[in-house]
Write a protein that binds this ligand. Sequence first.
Ligand code: PLP
Length: 462
Amino acid sequence: MYEGQLLCVLTGVLLIICTFSIQYLQISYHSIIPPAAKTAMISFIQSYNMRIIFKQPPWAKCHLRSSMSSLAAVLQPELESIKSAGTWKSERVITSPQSMKIRVGNGKEVLNFCANNYLGLSNNEEVVAAAKLALDKYGAGLSSVRFICGTQEIHKELEDKLSAFHKRQDTILYASCFDANAGIFETLLTADDAVISDELNHASIIDGIRLCKATRYRYKHRDMADLEEKLKQSASSRLKLIATDGIFSMDGTVAPLPKITELAKKYNALTFVDDCHATGFFGKTGRGTEEYFDLLPSIDIINSTLGKALGGAAGGYTTGPKELVDLLRQRSRPYLFSNSLPPPVVATGIKVLDLISDSTKFLERVSSNTEHFRSAMTSAGFTLSGDGHPICPVMLGDAKLASAFAERMLNKGIYVIGFSYPVVPKGKARIRVQISAAHTTEDIERAVDAFIQIGKELKVIS
Ligand code: PLP
C-alpha cells in the first residue's frame, strides 16, 4: 500500500513537471491518489493558472453503471477544485422576507447590510399589496411568451412608465437584466460592427457580447485614453458601441460618462450603459448615472433591472430609441423565446415607479444614510472605496482577514459579506456594505460600532 502511494506521488510530481507548459493537465488513475496528495496537486497546478482533470482509470469505468455515475465522476473533481481553491459559495437560508432585519436559518435576527434593496421597497406594504391585487386580477402567470399570448395591459403600462421615467422613446421588458444584456448585442451588432467594452463590466455584458459577431475591443477599466485608442482602432466599423456599467458593483465606483459621451461624439460611436446599481436612487431624482452627471438623456441605450431598487422581485429591460426596441421585439432571443414577466412582478414595478415619482424621500434617505456610514467609518480609520455610492466596500486587503471579519460581524448580528479573489483582485479583499433607505440611524450606528470594535480586535484600526 505504502509503495503504491509513493509511486503515485512520484508519478504525480513527474507529470506536473512534464506538463508544466501545457494548459490542461490530465491525470489518470486518480482513484488511487491519496486525497491529501490530490489537494496539494490541485493547489500547485492552480498556482500556475492551469486546470487539472483527474481521469478515471480504464478499469474504473466498468463500475460506472449509469450515465449519472459517470456524470458524478466528471463533476466531482471540478467541485473539489472549487473547494480547495477556497472559492466555494455557500448560501445562507433566510426565513423572513427581505428587509433590514432578517431571520437567518438558526432563527437569529440580524441586521442586513448586503442586499441590493437600495430603496428598501422589496417588502414595502404598498408594493406587496399591489402584487396581491395583480395576482387576483391577472393570475399567477401567462404560460406564454409575449408575442403569442403573453402581453397584458400591465406589461404595456410598465413599459410606458419606464420610458417616461428614463425620458426615452420606448422600453422592452425581459425576465431579467441578464436576459436584456444577452439579447441586445447579438440583435444590434453584425460582423461589420465593433463593441468596445470596459474590462470590468458585469458578467452578463461579457456574455451578451460573446453572443454577437461584432469585433470586440476591451478597454482598461475606466481608462479613457485606452478607450480613445480602441475607438481609433475600430474607426472603419459600421457601428461602434461603447459598453459600460454605470456603477461598478464591487467598488461602488462610477463610470466616467462625461468623457465617454464626449469620445462617443468625437468618434461617432453609440453608448450603452447597464445601470442596474443606479436606477431608482442614483442622481438627483433617481434616474441613474447619467442624471448623476447631469447628462440626462444622452446615453443611447440603457439596460437595467427591476430586481434591485425597483422592488427587488425580478425583471429587466432595455430603454432607448423606438427603432431599436422594435427590432428587439422581433429578434432578441431571450425576449422571443422566454416567458412573460408574471403579473404580480409587473405590478410591483409599476407601484415602485409611482412611489418614487411621487416623492424623493426614499432616495434622499439612502443618500443621507450612505453619507452617515461613509463619514463615520472614514473617521474611525477605515479605508472605503467608491464614489459616494451606497455600495461601500470596506477595504481590508487580506482574504482571510475579510472572511474572519465578516464572520465576527455576523456573530454581532450584522450581516455583511467578505469578497476576495477571484471576485476582486488578489490583495484587495473587502467587506462590501450596502446601504438602504430603510436602514434607521440606529442601524447604521450599530453597524459602525461593530466595525470599530472588530476592527480594533483584528488590528485593522487602532
Ligand atoms: N448587470 C449588473 C451590473 C448586475 O449587477 C446584475 C445583477 O447582479 C445584472 C446585470 C443582472 O440583473 P438581473 O438580476 O436582473 O438579471
